[in-house]
Structure formats: C-alpha cells, structure tokens
Design a protein around this ligand. Structure first.
Ligand code: ZN
Length: 487
C-alpha cells in the first residue's frame, strides 16, 4: 500500500485562520479516506493522537510527511494548535515541556504538561464554529475550524456577534468538519439574554486581543497583583488592604449572569461558595498555575478593555521586577494612614478621601469611627430640599459665606458642588458679579455724595472706596458716571 496520501506532495495550504486539526480533517475528506485511524496513522504515525482537536500529536512526524508545505514547525505550533492560547500563561520550563511533547509525543506527555483538571475536559474536547459564517463560506458549506474560535475563552463570533455553535467531540470520533457538526444534534445550550451575551462577547474580544498583544506579563503572581490593583480602584479592598472577596464574588456572579450555566464554565459554579471558587484561586497566593480561561473571565470583569489591562500590567510588572513583592503589597496597604492623612491634614471630605485611596465610603467611615479619628460629619444634601435651597441661593449669586452660614455647609462643599455643574457655575459667577458690582457702585456713589467737593485722587485715599475694583471690573459704568459727578 502506498503510504503517501497525495502524489507529488500536492498538499493543500491552510485556509484563513485554519487550525491544524481542521487542515487534517479536510485532507482526510479530500483523500476520500474512510478510516480516521488510517489517516491519522499516515499523517502522524499514530492511530488516535493525530486526531486530537487541540494538539494533533506528534507534530514532527507530520512535518516529515509534508515537508515545508505548511510553513515552519514553530508557526504551526503557535498559530495552528492551542499552544498559542496557553504559552503566555505558562512558566518557561513548562511551556518548553509542552512544546516538546507536542512535537515528539506521545500525547500523554501533552496531557501531563497541560495538567487540565476534569472540570475543564469539556473545553478541551469542544469544537466551535459560527453557523452564520458557515453560510457565507464558499467551500461548499463544508466549513473549516478557525483556531481563534477554538480558544476556550472565545464564545461569540466577532463578525456576527452571535454565540458560536459548540460541538462536543467524543473520544475517537476522528476527523470532523463544521458541516458534520451542523448535521449532528446541536449542543443546544447557549446564552440568550442580552447582558450575559454582551459579557461573553467582551470576554471573547479581550481573549482575542490579548493573545495578539506582545509584551504582557501573564505570570501568575503579576496577574494576581493586577487583579488586586483593579479591585482597589473599584473600592473592593477593606481598610487593611485585604480584598473583600465576598463582595467581589457576588458582583462577578451578577455580572456573569446566565453564562455560568454553560458546560464550559462548570467550574464557575463553585464561585458561590465561601472560597469563591476560581476567583479565590486567582486573587490569593495559592501555589500552581490556573487555566487561562479563568484569567480571561476575571480580566473581562475587572478591566474596561485590553488597553486598561495593559496599563495596570505594566505598572505591576515594573513594581514586582524593580522593587519586589513587598512594594506591591505597600501599594495596597497603608490605606488607613493615607485616609487619616487626607481627612485630618488634607481637609478632605470622607467621600473624597475614600475615592482617592480606592475604598468604599462606608468602609472609610467604619474605620474612622473605630479608630476614633475625628472627621466632619456633614449632612447629606444631594437630593434633599436643602439642595434646592442651595441652587436657589447660587442662582441669585449670594456670597458663599452667606450660603455656608444659612445652610450649614463648608465652602469646599460648594466649590466641589459647582465643579460638577458647569452651567450652574457660570450662572452663579454671572449673578455673583452682578451682585458685587451693584454693591461697589452704590458704595462709590455714596462716598462721592458724602464728599461732593473732594477730588478723585483724594477719594481714592478713603478706605474701601472701591475705585480700583470698579476700574478693573466696571470701567464703562465708571467712565459714564464720573463726568456727571464732577460736571
Ligand atoms: Zn459569524
């Protein structure tokens, strides 16, 4: 029997984003092969491990068959197998071990180097495609598996914004293409509600973008501090710098919504427990490494996008490299000292100070009370009738000191209040100028009338005559009124 699948080595090339598994499945189909095991044996020298959906193994055997027709060994490994998804998250030695296992086999070594727990086995046996994309493809609607849709943290088609169809590959199922999956019974369970779907789309987007971003530090400890820094900025740390895990957990569950019902996210069910499941694993210093899918689930929740993540990642990575772990901890602790300094020395309101250091105002107040640190208790006024009165007084341009006395407020409160309301601020400034001008005008006229024969030079020597102010702020009125006074 001729061992070569294609005479004269006319191997087909990869299609757009095509995975190695998909290429093999097409070659199997094109060769008219009936037995997957025979094709796997011909391509990989192994009956089963060539047909692994994530890592067709051993790659070196395949390269011996196809030569350079598919590009370099490295480009096939990184861009056409799941290696590209895992590599950034693995410590160097483990990454090398995985690469060597895929290149040389046997598959048990790949399995060992990956170290996936049982709860993640669904993910590693799942093939995904977009049925809307499939309809638009030209290759007779047979379709091909795109590597970027196979990444475990990608759930939504970025062209159509629809959930990807998922197909669970039974062990020994051989080579399949999207058309086979479409004909078979669908997995059915997808996320339909808008908010959960949009969050799955965000996770997918962040996964795709991050895997294409170079220079990120994705080692376990760096990521842990990235999460803690982000949690601090969201007010999720307590005053001693400890993470308020229960609050983070509850908020994440609300955010994830119905998505945790997906079989791929089986492990997320444990988030509801006291240790907060995988979230607890990621934010506490447990030994070992975590599956990248878990990281993407938390990154998409804690960060607006890859740009924000990259910024924090750089800050954290620099601190850890140049100053060490204690310095990173310092950025999260000493919140009490910082709060006290802002409230006592800096004259800030509790709300403003809490915002500055990144803790919830309720946490800040709780601590200040416990530590018996005096802070000014100001009544809440926003949304009350007092606010209506404040707006009225500001619109009339009343002096701030008078408003403070009338409403028992601090000047800094009014300043902050106006800073957030630019329209009211300009109304206030105009009204205030108008009012002040009136006072200066009548004051000046009064002085002039009291001393009808006095020259302007002498009037200027009378205390609080206001002439200079009027020259600066009301020159037109002054020049109109002066001649008639001395006329
Ligand atoms: Zn699509």
């Amino acid at each position: 029997m001729n061992s070569r699948l294609f005479p004269y080595d006319l191997w087909p090339g990869f299609l757009d984003q095509e995975s190695l598994y998909s290429w093999c499945a097409r070659v199997h189909r094109l060769s008219g092969g009936l037995s997957s095991k025979a094709t796997s044996k011909q391509l990989f020298g192994e009956k089963l491990s060539g047909a692994r959906t994530d890592f067709p193994t051993p790659l070196n055997y395949l390269l011996g068959q196809v030569g350079s027709a598919l590009g370099s060994a490295e480009s096939i490994l990184v861009d056409r197998t799941m290696f590209g998804f895992y590599q950034g998250f693995l410590p160097v030695e483990r990454c090398e071990e995985l690469a060597d296992a895929v290149m040389n086999g046997p598959f048990s070594r790949v399995h060992y180097a990956l170290g996936l727990s049982a709860s993640l086995s669904f993910t590693s046996r799942c093939l995904k495609f977009c049925r809307h994309c499939l309809r638009e493809q030209a290759n007779d609607k047979v379709g091909w598996w795109k590597i970027n849709e196979q990444w475990p943290a990608v759930f939504v088609c970025k062209v159509h914004g629809q959930p990807l169809d998922r197909f669970l590959v039974e062990r020994g199922a051989g080579w399949l293409l999207p058309i086979d999956a479409l004909r078979a019974e669908s997995l059915g369970q997808t996320v339909q509600d808008g908010s959960s779907l949009s969050h799955l789309a965000k996770i997918s987007q962040i996964c795709s973008e991050m895997l294409q971003t170079t220079g990120l530090d994705l080692q376990t400890e760096t990521l842990r501090y990235c999460y803690l820094f982000a949690a601090r900025d969201r007010g999720l740390l307590s005053m001693d710098g400890a993470l308020r895990l229960a609050d983070l957990r509850d908020d994440w569950l609300k955010w994830a919504g119905t998505a945790i019902a997906l079989p791929e996210l089986l492990f997320a069910k444990e988030v509801g427990g006291v240790n907060a499941g995988f979230i607890g694993q990621l934010v506490r210093s447990y030994p070992g490494i975590r599956h990248p899918l878990k990281h993407f689930l938390l990154i998409a929740y804690l960060f607006d996008g890859v740009a924000e993540f990259r910024e924090t990642n750089k800050i954290v990575s620099d601190i850890l490299r140049n100053e060490g772990t204690d310095a990173a901890k310092n950025h999260l602790c000493h919140l009490r000292t910082k709060l006290a300094a802002l409230v006592v020395g800096g004259g800030k309101s509790v709300n403003a100070a809490a915002g500055d250091i990144g803790v919830a105002p309720s946490q800040a107040i709780k601590y200040l009370k416990k530590a018996r640190i005096e802070y000014e208790r100001r009544p809440r006024i926003v949304g009350t009738s007092k606010e209506e009165r404040l707006v009225e007084l500001l619109q009339c341009g009343s002096p701030r000191s008078a408003i403070c006395t009338a409403l028992n407020l601090r000047n800094s409160f009014i300043k902050d209040y106006l800073a957030h309301k630019p329209v009211l601020r300009s109304t206030y400034q105009a009204a205030s100028l108008e009012r002040t001008r009136g006072i200066y005008r009548s004051n000046f006229l009064r002085i002039v009338k009291m001393h009808p024969s006095m020259r302007l030079k002498e009037i200027q020597k009378i205390p609080q005559n206001g002439y200079q102010w009027l020259r600066r702020n009301d020159a037109e009125w002054l020049s109109a009124v002066l001649p008639s006074l001395w006329g």
